[in-house]
Design a binder for this molecule. Structure first.
Ligand code: CA
Length: 250
């Protein structure tokens, strides 16, 4: 008899850290929670499941940790000393839009839960919850974050989704034509590098040599106009006699 295929022996274990996250390393989880019993339960349970766990016991320490250190996901209680979980959530959403936050709430705080989702929580769990359920939710969010990282290009405050072809600047959607989108994607892929008109022509329009056209300059102009926001010019620099660069003005 043949052994069953290999995946059966690696059947998804509800209590194992996702293989997604930080490239094979243990996903780093920040837990912000003040109830000692839950802190202990989460710290031991998540560590046993293969996560790297950091705990902060109040809102101020939790916010500081979330913003300054590098985590794959945050598990955030809403009722916290010093600063509310909702305030922490709002601040994390605006500073690190790609960092998923799972909110923990008590059953009596249902309205907070709704507010939490509106404030940008990726998911929520009502206490009491099982470790297996929390881990399943964490793994689901880590998978979503990995997929988003693979399909989204970011540079400065601009995001371009390669699947939906949606573009946002500072969270506001920008409508681009197909060519403008391709041009932006090329600039984002070479964020910070000076690109010559010839390079841009070859990459975006497929010209092998310069057909003596100003089409690059014209489209850079379109793109700048669409990316411009009040008080904020588009972060596309003209590099004299060479070409262009996406990057902030230095
Ligand atoms: Ca609490």
């Amino acid at each position: 008899m043949l052994d069953p295929p290999d995946e059966t022996s690696h059947a998804p274990d509800a209590l194992a850290a996702g293989s997604v996250g930080s490239g094979g390393f243990a996903p780093a989880v920040l837990v912000v929670e003040d109830e000692p019993g839950i802190v202990d339960f989460l710290q031991r349970g998540l560590a046993a499941a293969g996560f790297e766990v950091t705990v902060q016991l109040d809102g101020i320490a939790g916010e500081r940790s979330a913003l300054r250190e590098s985590f794959d996901i945050v598990v955030l209680d809403l009722m916290l000393p010093k600063r509310s979980g909702l305030d922490v959530l709002r601040s994390v959403r605006s500073a690190k839009p790609g960092l998923p936050v799972i909110v923990l709430t008590a059953r009596a705080e249902i309205e907070d839960r709704v507010t939490g989702l509106e404030a940008g929580a990726a998911d929520y769990l009502v206490k009491p919850f099982s470790l297996a359920e929390l881990i399943a939710r964490i793994n689901a969010q880590l998978r979503i974050a990995t997929q988003a990282a693979q399909t989204t290009l970011r540079g400065e405050d601009i995001e371009a989704n390669l699947l939906t072809r949606k573009v946002r600047r500072a969270g506001r959607q920008v409508q681009l034509s197909t060519t403008e989108f391709e041009l932006l994607v090329y600039l984002l892929r070479h964020h910070g590098q000076v690109l010559s008109r010839e390079q841009i022509l070859a990459a975006v329009w497929g010209y092998e040599h310069d057909p003596a056209t100003n089409i690059v300059d014209v489209y850079i102009g379109y793109l700048r106009r669409k990316l411009r926001q009040p008080g904020k010019p588009a972060p596309i620099q003209t590099v004299r006699s060479v070409g262009y660069r996406l990057g902030h003005v230095s």
